[in-house]
Design a protein around this ligand. Structure first.
Ligand code: NAP
Length: 244
């Protein structure tokens, strides 16, 4: 029987590429989205073409009630969720002194509370089955910190702590918890960055290119696989060597 993965923020970018990678490898896919309904629905239809079940589910991951409803519906339609990818995230470039309380709270509500909400919704069934894979999408800025992205960097560092602590708590239940720390990846999230800055970022990357969503998706898929069954609590950088 196919395993089922739920990927948050799968309507675009890294989440979308991960959804395609899982479907190609025989997983049923629950495509979570917040605002991009059409993109998520089109993707789910496309994934059905791989001979797996896929459907789109709306939920703002910061909303615990909405997340609970999404998991209930997805499990009913696609089967028990054995893999959770906490990928949904927001970013913002702003001076620290200009970060309002509202901006700070929203960053943590989506990037950190979203992972808490989804993981709590997924965990009881994983514990019951004594099997599960949780993959959190952090960032290289969560490791090294980025100027003008203090709230983003702090939220991504929080995910790394979340990963390590939960890995210790649920290992005995056959559940692994890992993190991916992408570098600069060509998605909408970086669309506001000028060509000049992107070129500079590329030059600071030993592999000398901007990453693709597929680069990150491949690492997520690996951490979900049986090949990664003895790996937990880790942060895997997918950044072309940017942070060494
Ligand atoms: P993206 O292209 O901007 O896509 C963001 C995705 O997150 C969209 O599918 C969006 O859904 C979803 N999302 C945003 N807020 C949400 C919410 N409240 N509830 C549910 N879904 C929500 O971003 P990306 O580059 O693919 O980034 C994916 C993850 O990788 C993020 O966690 C990001 O921090 C991390 N990351 C990215 C980079 C990079 O260079 N791109 C580097 C390091 C880490 P809707 O469109 O439906 O609203």
């Amino acid at each position: 029987m196919n395993q089922t993965v739920l990927i948050t923020g799968a309507s675009r970018g890294i989440g979308r590429a991960a959804a395609a990678a899982f479907a190609r490898n025989g997983y049923n896919v629950a495509v979570n989205y917040c605002k991009s309904k059409e993109k998520a629905t089109d993707l789910a239809n496309e994934l059905n073409g791989y001979g797996v079940m896929a459907a789109a589910y709306q939920a703002d991951v910061s909303d615990k009630t909405a997340v609970g409803e999404m998991f209930g519906k997805a499990e009913q339609e696609l089967g028990r969720i054995s893999v959770l990818v906490n990928n949904a995230g927001i970013a913002e470039q702003i001076l620290f002194s200009d970060i309002t309380e509202e901006k700070w709270d929203r960053m943590f509500a989506v990037n950190v509370k979203g992972a808490y909400n989804c993981t709590q919704a997924a965990l009881s069934s994983m514990i019951h089955e004594k099997y599960g894979r949780i993959i959190n999408v952090s960032s290289m800025w969560g490791i090294s910190g980025a100027s003008c992205e203090v709230h983003y960097s702090a939220s991504k560092a929080a995910l790394i702590g979340f990963t390590k602590a939960l890995a210790k708590e649920v290992g005995l239940s056959g559940i692994t918890v890992n993190c991916i720390a992408p570098g600069v990846i060509g998605t909408d999230m970086n669309s506001a960055i000028s060509g000049e800055i992107l070129e500079e970022l590329k030059e600071n990357t030993p592999i000398n290119r901007i990453g693709t969503p597929e680069d990150v998706a491949a690492a997520i898929l690996f951490l979900a696989s049986d090949k990664a069954s003895f790996i937990t609590g880790q942060t895997l950088s997918v950044d072309g060597g940017f942070i060494l």
